[in-house]
Design a protein around this ligand. Structure first.
Ligand code: SAH
Ligand code: SF4
Ligand code: F3S
Length: 476
């Protein structure tokens, strides 16, 4: 679900990597021609894309409408990611482009949102002269005030992190939506402190959103015609919400079941699961509810126990292998995917080989793969030496990608001859004579259209061909 390095992804993600920085828009309604317009680009994980929809809602309430056209916008917003150095470079490049537009239109405001805003804070205003606003992930309610003061020439900054903010009461404006699938944020922040990761610093403490507001959002989406929701959090399995009125605690497994109960035709997905926290109850929910998708994103990061310890992941290789076995035992047709980092501090060649063997052992349907990028302020940056040469990190990454491609190919070949229930998401990338959709296991399937069938419908598709990234088939 990460978006700074599209070339490394082997299978289409929930967010298509090719839509990186996708421009979101909301149709302008008649009579709104004179309203102020904002333009927003999003980078990074699905949570950032979901946050942009909250921002659109907050700005909509004070009279802004969205536009796809930078030239006609009064406010340019870029929702940023800090996860790897490359993600930050991409944002800086975009700011150079906005600089040109601003030269032609000096009144236009430029705002930086999200994780880079939180990481760099005031430094951003010093480093990037064209930036008028710097707003961290927990401060979006303050955007209207910050925009108003920036309009008077005063630079606006709010990077306060909160222990409570979940934006539970805000109805996101579904931007650039296909009308079939949508994200629902169920929690914010992360308390895990993996040594390589910047997220705890940019997103703050973990907090869970009111379970009833999650169910209400899912219900509204279903009533509007949506057929799939993805529940989002950095670590969804540690979701825990205490009802202030009854004191009752809702776990992630219970929330999953509550959302699945909205309607049997509303598919439920979730991301991301931390191997240490996923419980049997979650697996039982996946097994027992047809509309909870049989797909778990279970990032391993490394297949070697010493490296996992240095990463502070709190599980080791054996523990992870047992978790994978448990998943296949309870949900035999479950697909599992992963995130992998190569060349973490002091990783030896033998340790890297253990990551390669893990891909085969766990039979990942796909993985997001990265080479280690040291992030300032993280535990690893402070305590460990980033001592693996870049060429070695990249060589190991290419090996990981090669093995994963083989495993994905085998995984997909095994689907040939099988029939899957597919939710149609729209036209395939290549042709308007074909539809694309996903099966429960999150595999993209492309198949010829049939009259009377449209995006948002469920169809049964028999697979007759497969590459390492896509299945091909026919409606039966
Ligand atoms: N919360 C999720 C992951 C969020 S970050 C989880 O715990 O799995 C998404 C992915 O980016 C991580 O899983 C990791 O594989 C990768 N990543 C994070 N920090 C990184 C870094 N410093 N260098 C390279 N990859 C990193
Ligand atoms: Fe980062 Fe670890 Fe939290 Fe995931 S669980 S966001 S990798 S600190
Ligand atoms: Fe990036 Fe922030 Fe998400 S660092 S991956 S946008 S939580």
């Amino acid at each position: 679900m990460y978006n700074d390095n599209p070339t490394l992804n082997l299978q289409n993600k929930t967010i298509d990597p090719n839509k990186q920085g996708e421009v979101f828009f909301k149709e302008q309604k008649e009579g709104q021609e004179n309203k102020k317009k904002f333009y927003i680009e999003s980078y990074g994980c699905s949570m950032n894309f979901s946050d942009s929809e909250i921002v659109a809602s907050i700005l909509g309430d004070v009279g802004f409408t969205a536009t796809r056209n930078i030239e006609e916008s009064d406010l340019i917003l870029i929702n940023t990611c800090s996860i790897r150095e490359k993600a930050e470079e991409t944002v800086r490049k975009r700011l150079r482009v906005f600089d040109k537009t601003k030269k032609q239109k000096p009144d236009m405001l430029v705002g930086v949102l999200g994780c880079m805003a939180e990481r760099l804070k005031k430094k951003f205003l010093e480093e990037e002269k064209l930036v008028d606003l710097v707003v961290g992930p927990d401060a979006y309610r303050d955007l209207p005030n910050l925009v108003a003061s920036a309009e008077t020439g005063e630079k606006g900054i709010n990077v306060l992190l909160s222990r409570e903010e979940t934006y539970a009461d805000i109805s996101p404006v579904r931007l650039g939506s296909n009308g079939v699938t949508a994200f629902i944020s169920i929690m914010r922040g992360c308390d895990n402190m993996c040594s390589f990761c910047v997220v705890p610093f940019t997103r703050g403490r973990e907090r869970s959103r009111d379970a009833f507001s999650v169910v209400a959002e899912a219900t509204n989406l279903y009533n509007e015609g949506y057929k799939e929701v993805t529940l989002l959090g950095q670590n969804v399995d540690s979701y825990k919400w205490e009802n202030p009125e009854t004191g009752e605690v809702v776990s992630f497994a219970q929330l999953l079941v509550m959302v699945a109960a909205v309607h049997p035709d509303l598919r439920v997905r979730f991301s991301t699961s931390h191997p240490k926290d996923i419980t049997d109850d979650v697996l039982f929910a996946i097994r027992d509810y047809e509309n909870i998708c049989k797909y778990i994103h279970l990032p391993i990061q490394s297949g070697n126990s010493r490296i996992l310890d240095l990463m502070n992941r709190t599980y080791d290789r054996e523990w992870y292998i047992n978790k994978v076995k448990r998943i296949y035992e309870i949900v035999p047709d479950c697909a599992i995917s992963s995130d992998i980092i190569t060349g973490f501090c002091s990783e030896t060649e033998e340790e890297h080989q253990e990551t390669l063997s893990m891909i085969e052992l766990a039979r990942y349907s796909m993985s997001y793969m990265f080479f280690y990028s040291e992030r300032p302020g993280t535990l690893a940056a402070r305590k460990l030496e980033d001592d693996i040469p870049l060429e070695v990190k990249k060589k190991r990454l290419s090996e990981v990608i090669r093995i994963q491609a083989q495993v994905s190919y085998q995984h997909n070949q095994q689907d040939i001859g099988n029939t899957f229930k597919v939710l149609i998401e729209g036209d395939s990338k290549r042709s308007d004579k074909e539809f694309k959709g996903r099966n429960s296991q999150n595999k993209m399937i492309v198949f010829p259209k049939k009259s009377g069938i449209k995006a948002g419908d469920y169809v049964f598709v028999k697979v007759n061909d497969a590459t390492s990234v896509t299945l091909k088939g026919e409606i039966i």
